[in-house]
Design a binder for this molecule. Structure first.
Ligand SMILES: NC(=O)C1=CN([C@@H]2O[C@H](COP(=O)(O)OP(=O)(O)OC[C@H]3O[C@@H](n4cnc5c(N)ncnc54)[C@H](OP(=O)(O)O)[C@@H]3O)[C@@H](O)[C@H]2O)[C@@H](O)CC1
Ligand SMILES: [K+]
Length: 474
């Protein structure tokens, strides 16, 4: 499991360790981890040109001490100080190691300092280390930092702890910020490493263990071993009914494809049987390609909504009496009030969640963590907000983030497959929270598996599911 903690949790854990360790030891751990990540990116140190952007706090201190390690490895290190305040011991150590230092004119509003008072930026650097601001920063960047970044635009950036300028605890961005190839973080992931839009700004996250002892996380991301441990697997004496039956009430004569794709997601082999309840002509079409699909009867989970069009409300209310968990998707989300407080998974994209909460789509995209939590509290059930990093919230539990997937997954019908798959996992006995997060993980992994870097359609994702399940650790 990848876990992410809030700044407050990190500060508390750091305080314990700082009291136990000699002064500066924790920063040395961080700086060495950072330096090795930079060496890794550059393929070595000797002769490489490294620029450190150094802010006023310990984030800048990390960058300066990493510069010391890099200079000792033969790198040509230059530090641009963006504030009058600086980590003095780190600065002295960098100077002693042969690093060059430019103290920028911080009284200027920025912009032209680099070609006037400081001289032009003559030689390009191989890498920029962003030590502008870390977990102590406020969102946004000051003009000096903006100007410095502008002067080195195009050079790969390694961010120290977080890409400077993002809101660490929410993953929101509300002004200029760093966009990094790699972010080297310490002790634990922060929320901004997993939640968009900040997560996208940080590139690949590299975690350096500095020995923090941390409480329950605010956020978590399942890894293959977690998915394998949660996956419902058939017992040796299993039969189709003990494995669970999933019922699909999706599609319509207008949208038979939605029904076929929901069924394809459900019919991945993770439930014992799949029922389709809907138009007889649609069922006939499904059976021409999936003869194992049966009609109405008892189920352990329902999937409702995609392509249901005007029938969505009726389809949803028809499932309620069974008292089994329900996946509520697409057209049925408008009637999600009906499942408030019940075992359910609501699966909106940003536009649908905007409709449910009376918010604006762009607001949801800018603050996905905030809104998915709000929806889970409002509906008192599991809410899965689709996105590049899908979020799954359930009251009282850490929000789960899905980091599998590929941009090729943005294709028609992929959501129908996901709904069916989550239904199968619910029928197999998972809680709505686990079914949503395991389903979302498998869906993303199947897309990547099917895509191999190229385009895919929704049916490819469904077809890849058994292979992805088979590839999980036993
Ligand atoms: N604690 C530990 O044990 C360890 C900590 N570690 C490291 O320390 C980092 C946290 O260090 P920190 O607490 O000094 O805060 P940090 O983020 O460097 O700077 C905050 C200062 O910046 C300023 N500022 C604020 N907003 C700004 C903005 N938007 N743009 C520009 N400047 C802004 C503001 O100062 P001001 O200029 O306003 O006086 C504020 O005081 C952490 O991320 C990790 O890298 C590691 O070494 C591991 C051990
Ligand atoms: K930073």
């Amino acid at each position: 499991m990848i876990r992410a903690h809030t700044v407050e949790q990190v500060r508390a854990a750091e305080a314990v360790l700082l009291a136990e360790l000699p002064e500066g030891a924790l920063m040395q751990r961080a700086a060495h981890g950072l330096a090795y990540a930079v060496l890794d990116l550059l393929g070595g140190g000797y002769g490489r040109r490294v620029l450190l952007l150094v802010g006023s706090g310990d984030n800048g201190g990390d960058a300066l001490y990493a510069g010391v390690v890099l200079a000792r490895r033969g790198a040509i290190v230059e530090a641009w100080l963006l504030s009058d305040k600086v980590h003095e011991a780190g600065l002295a150590a960098l100077r002693a190691a042969g690093g060059r230092v430019r103290r920028l004119d911080t009284s200027s509003p920025g912009g032209s300092d680099y070609s006037t008072s400081q001289g032009p930026v003559s030689s390009p650097f191989d890498v920029v280390v962003d030590g502008i601001v870390g977990i102590g920063g406020r969102p946004g960047l000051r003009p000096q930092a903006v100007a410095a970044l502008e002067a080195v635009r195009g050079i790969p950036v390694v961010a120290v702890d977080v890409p400077s300028g993002v809101d660490v605890d929410s993953g929101e961005v509300s002004g200029p910020h760093v966009t990094a190839e790699v972010t080297v973080t310490f002790g634990t992931h922060k929320i901004a490493h997993l939640v968009d839009p900040a997560a996208e700004a940080g590139g690949v996250t590299h975690l350096v263990d500095i020995g923090l002892d941390l409480p329950a996380p605010a956020l978590e991301a399942l890894q293959p071993a977690d998915v394998a441990a949660l996956l419902p697997r058939p017992a040796s004496q299993a039969h189709k009914y003990t494995r669970g039956v999933v019922g699909i009430r999706t599609g319509s004569t207008t949208y038979p494809g939605a029904a076929m794709l929901s069924v394809a997601g459900a019919d991945c082999g993770l439930a014992g049987m799949v029922r389709f309840v809907g138009d007889a002509a649609v069922l006939d079409r499904i059976r021409t390609v999936r003869p194992e699909i049966v009609g109405d009867g008892r189920v352990q989970a329902w999937v409702v909504g995609s392509g249901s069009h005007q029938t969505a409300e009726g389809q949803l209310s028809a499932t309620l009496d069974d008292g089994v968990p329900i996946v509520v998707d697409a057209d049925a989300l408008e009637f999600a009030d009906m499942v408030a407080g019940r075992r359910a998974v609501l699966t909106p994209h940003a536009g649908e969640l905007a409709g449910m909460l009376g918010a604006d789509r762009h607001e949801i995209e800018a603050r996905p963590l905030h809104f998915v939590r709000r929806a889970a509290e409002a509906y008192r059930t599991t809410v899965l907000l689709k996105g590049r990093h899908t979020l799954i919230a359930h009251p009282g539990r850490p929000v789960r983030v899905t980091t599998t997937g590929t941009p090729w997954l943005a294709t028609a019908g992929a959501g129908d497959v996901l709904g069916g798959l989550i239904g199968a996992l619910l029928a197999g006995g998972l809680t709505p929270y686990d079914a949503a997060s395991v389903g979302s993980w498998l869906h993303g992994a199947a897309a990547t598996y099917a895509s191999q870097g190229g385009p895919i359609v929704a049916g490819d994702v469904a077809r890849a599911l058994p292979a992805v399940v088979a590839s999980l650790p036993a």
